[in-house]
Design a protein around this ligand. Sequence first.
Ligand SMILES: [Zn+2]
Length: 68
Amino acid sequence: MWGSSWKRSAETTIPCKKCKKPLTVKRSCQHVYMECTHCGDKSDIAAYLREMDDALEAFMEGVYCDRI
Ligand SMILES: [Zn+2]
């Protein structure tokens, strides 16, 4: 499962700063951001790095690998 296909988005357990529902982490070409599918809020990944959970950590590892 790991290595072959890399997801463009992942659900996290990190609560949205606005509505407290779980955020989804997404990736566009060179940019990673947090998007709330409930209230539509978007934030830079940096705003949530201190609240990183396992899902986000795994996602970010994929991002870093992909850059190299
Ligand atoms: Zn929200």
